[in-house]
Each structure stands twice: as C-alpha cells, then as structure tokens.
Design a protein. Sequence first.
Length: 220
Amino acid sequence: MTRSVPTSATPPDGERRLRAFGLSTDIVHTALRPGLSRAANRTSMALRSTPGTDVYHDAMEQFHLLLANAGWQLVYVKQQPRLLHPKGVHSFTIASGTNVANADRRQQPRTRRKGQATRDSLAGPRAELMEALFEVPATPQDPNLVAAAEAAPLWLLVHERTERGLNLELSRPAKMTSSGVVTEWDDRIIIGFLDLDGDLSIFDDPDDGTGPYNVTVEPH
C-alpha cells in the first residue's frame, strides 16, 4: 500500500461528470466503505490477497444494491461482472491499480492483470487476444442484456489502497500490455479520496434515548 493521501474533494468538473454518468462521490464512497473497513481490520493471519478481495467483492455487491432501483443491472461479460447503465450507454467494473488519481496527468495508473473481457472493450484499436485469467460458474443471462453490456463502453473504477483509505478514479481503458496490464487511458474522472481515518459514520445518527433500544452497559 502507498502512503500518499490526496485531497478528499472531487473536483467540481469530476462531480458533474460522475452525475452525468449516473454516479456521485457519495455513491462511490458508500459502496466502497464496507469492504475497505473490512480490509483495514483484517489480522496478520489473513491471506495477503484477502484485503483486496474484501474491497472488490463487497463493493460490487454494494454498488448493485445502491443502483438496482435506478435500473442498473449486473451482467457478466466473459466472466467479468459489470454494472450496466439503465440506458446501456456505458458500464463499469472495479479494478485495483497503482498511481491512481495522481494530480500529474502525465502519470497514468497501472492496473493489475486483466482478462479478455477488458481487452475486448478497450477504447480504440484492440490488441492481441488473451485468455481470461479467472473462470467462474456460468450464470444464465438474457442474451440481449449481455450483448448490450458488450456494446457499452467499459469504464474501470480504479482504486489504490493507502494506509488511510482509497485513491479513486473512474477511467476508460485504452491500452493493455501483452500480459494484461492496463497502462493507457482514453478518459479519466478523478474522484475524491475515501478516508477511513477516524471514520465514525455509523454514529452519524446517535440514539438520544428516545429510540426503540435502551441497552444498559455496566462494567464487569
């Protein structure tokens, strides 16, 4: 994990573009916070890959829960889960990376290895084929929905864990290396830093004693 902690505010233009996309900083942070909190509280006994898995799996579920009522649908494209916009204008999935949300736009993020589904969705000319890195059980899906997801431009919600939280950006992949690492981007939307340091969000609405629960706590 890196030590850098960029500003927590999404640039105004970035927030405007997120809303046009059908998202917002608040939605992104809300979806990512549970998995990030779980990852941050893992013990040294956990596998090294566990914190990253926490963020990925929890966030995909949370995004689906938050966006389902607005008409977004979860679709698998070559085993890659994507959230498809209600009008099919774009889709996104989550990816971890390095050099994320760097203020110097010359410093491009680099993802971990991605599979064939991402390569097939690159903006611009497509590079050589590569087999998918992971296989998951086939999920019965509406073929029209899958076709719509394949046709929709794919964006990656790229995140990078630091000691305090997540660097974030929503970006459109343009070029991959032969090993499957995304190194160039067609477009990037920088998102405000998700800071877990001192996060007391679960106490935002404290009970003043008038609620349905009145639990007495006594020392042993």
